[in-house]
Design a protein around this ligand. Structure first.
Ligand SMILES: [Zn+2]
Length: 168
């Protein structure tokens, strides 16, 4: 049992360090998509991943990367499972992950609203502070940046464009 526990911890550390294909400054642990990693008695590593944004093509790449890293580390039998429930939300990005995004000039997602959402007739204006200068005087220029997970914003104060990881 001790060996299984050590193997599980080792396999988890390897999977946690795999970078996200679309936000390579984040690891899968930072992103919060790694639900479980365990070594079973027959020597198979079972890793459970939850996809981030629906339609995000990164999921296939993520699965392949985790499997490849584990095989490189000597685990011959790797099983990657997709867990859809509960669905991932941008809240699962760790504080460390948010710090890394900001460091790279990318605005981290707002915390998703919790509890009952008040019903309003007009959409509330979202405020995304500029990750470079901190100004709240920003505007969305494109709902879709290079990937579907990010939107393109511009800061009116420092005039710099920046990417924003959408909240879901
Ligand atoms: Zn700015």
């Amino acid at each position: 049992m001790v060996t299984l526990q050590l193997g599980t911890r080792h396999a988890r550390e390897i999977a946690e360090r795999v970078p996200d294909p679309e936000l390579p400054m984040l690891t899968l642990a930072d992103l919060g998509v790694l639900r479980d990693v365990r070594l079973t008695e027959d020597g198979t590593v079972v890793a459970e991943l939850t996809p981030t944004y629906s339609g995000c093509p990164a999921m296939a790449e993520m699965r392949a990367d985790v499997a490849a890293r584990l095989r490189e580390a000597g685990y011959e039998r790797v099983e990657i499972r997709t867990v859809l429930n509960p669905p991932w939300t941008s809240d699962w990005i760790t504080p460390e992950g948010r710090r890394k995004l900001a460091e790279h000039g990318i605005a981290p997602p707002d915390a998703a609203p919790r509890g009952p959402v008040p019903l309003t007739l007009s959409p509330t204006r979202r405020e995304v502070p500029c990750p470079r200068c901190g100004s709240a005087d920003t505007e969305e220029t494109s709902r879709f940046a290079a990937t579907s997970c990010k939107a393109l914003w511009r800061c009116r104060a420092c005039r710099e464009p920046f990417e924003y990881v959408k909240e879901i």
